[in-house]
Design a protein around this ligand. Structure first.
Ligand SMILES: Nc1ncnc2c1ncn2[C@@H]1O[C@H](COP(=O)(O)OP(=O)(O)OP(=O)(O)O)[C@@H](O)[C@H]1O
Ligand SMILES: [Mg+2]
Length: 154
């Protein structure tokens, strides 16, 4: 399987939101987005854009203390924060595998903690700081499909 990569500069919060909206516009049932990056890298911000593009209205708080929050939009969205999970065994215990195999879109912060549960077609987004802004590295076998049909945002 060919795994393509691309890099997107995100000079400010608005750019992170826009990337999230772009990915949300391309998302299909069953898609998984794995979000990587240190504390404050912009993972939750990206999910805010994703949720907006899926037609989810209202607040989308960080799920850190509840681990999983579920929303209903054009597609269901499950927002998972794996930060407090010890690994895949604990993720299985709270049903992450069922979400990942389900009909909605699943976005997982700190996805490396549950890496062995993620499907092969997962879109991985690595966020890092770049000056005052951020940079996103996108990687996945279906990257072309994720980026197709959306202007020149990248
Ligand atoms: N491209 C960007 N440039 C500058 N600041 C940004 C950018 N994207 C997001 N931010 C800001 O970074 C801060 C942290 O963002 P966010 O909460 O999304 O990070 P996170 O990766 O989810 O953190 P955590 O690991 O704590 O869950 C927020 O204040 C947000 O506005
Ligand atoms: Mg977060």
């Amino acid at each position: 399987m060919t795994v393509a990569t691309t890099s997107v500069e995100l000079p400010d919060e608005a750019a992170t939101l826009e990337l999230g909206r772009r990915l949300g516009a391309a998302a299909r049932a069953g898609d998984v987005l794995a979000l990587h990056g240190t504390l404050g890298a912009g993972k939750t911000t990206l999910v805010h854009g994703l949720a907006a593009a899926l037609g989810i209205v209202g607040p989308v708080p960080s799920p850190t203390f509840v681990l999983i929050r579920e929303y209903t939009g054009r597609l269901p969205l499950a927002h998972v924060d794996a930060y407090r999970l010890g690994g895949s065994d604990e993720a299985l215990a709270i049903g992450l595998d069922e979400l990942l195999g389900g009909p909605g879109v699943t976005a997982v912060e700190w996805a490396e903690i549950v890496d062995d549960l993620l499907p092969a077609q997962t879109l991985h987004v690595h966020l890092s700081t770049a000056g005052a802004g951020r940079r996103a590295e996108l990687r996945g076998p279906e990257l072309g499909r994720w980026l197709a049909g959306a202007g020149d945002a990248a």
